[in-house]
Design a protein around this ligand. Structure first.
Ligand code: GSH
Length: 201
């Protein structure tokens, strides 16, 4: 059986490139770019959304980084996937939370800072920054007194939430009011698997 992952590391595909490096599986990386590469007929037959990342693992074809990561860790890296049903639900909860509470707001800032450089709308940045305060306060409080989202060890919950928040690092979002988040992201981002994923094309 072959496993193929699509997407370039300088994009949101990094989330799943990181996951596949964490699970230690042999795989083929196709460095599909989010402009033209992701709109070819061949690629659209893998991900009809025309977005990266996507995964083909034998008979299973998946899009959406959070789903890919939950699948990969459950199947190939039990140490990263919680044992109990309650904890599995928590991993899904945090993954959905990151994509719905953090992602839309951080993307507003990414768009202004990277794709609208000549005509930055500061009010969009300001309101997204304001809207991020509530979820960040929730995360910071949750991380008080524990190293990782589900307790003492790094799991797919950390991979997914900190993977989404790699964009916050890129936009140099000020996390100084959230020391637990800062320390936790430093722990997550020091992992060798992330470094290997970032060095992929
Ligand atoms: N929610 C998706 C987001 C994927 C996504 O939007 N990726 C961007 C690259 S950063 C993309 O492929 N954009 C191409 C397009 O929108 O046409 C995930 O997490 O997998």
């Amino acid at each position: 059986m072959t496993t193929t992952i699509y997407g370039v590391s300088g994009s949101r595909a990094i989330r799943s490139l990181w996951a596949i490096e964490e699970v230690g599986l042999e795989y083929t990386h196709v460095a599909t770019h989010f402009f033209n590469d992701s709109k070819t007929d061949d690629y659209l037959s893998v991900n009809p959304n025309g977005r990266i990342p996507a995964l083909v693992d034998g008979e299973v074809t998946l899009f959406e980084s959070m789903a890919i990561n939950l699948y990969l860790t459950k199947k190939y890296a039990p140490a990263l996937y919680p044992m109990s049903e309650g904890e599995q639900a928590k991993a899904i909860q945090w993954s959905v939370w990151a994509i719905s509470e953090i992602e839309p707001q951080q993307m507003q800032i990414v768009i202004q800072k990277f794709f609208n450089r000549d005509n930055i709308d500061q009010s969009t940045i300001d309101s997204a920054t304001e809207n991020l305060q509530r979820p960040l306060a929730v995360l910071n409080k949750h991380l008080a007194g524990q190293e990782y989202l589900l307790g003492d060890s790094f799991t797919v919950a950390d991979l997914n939430v900190s993977g989404v928040m790699l964009l916050m690092q890129m936009i140099e979002f000020d996390l100084s009011a959230y020391p637990n988040i800062k320390n936790w992201t430093e722990r997550c981002y020091s992992r060798d698997a992330l470094k290997r994923a970032q060095s992929l094309g």
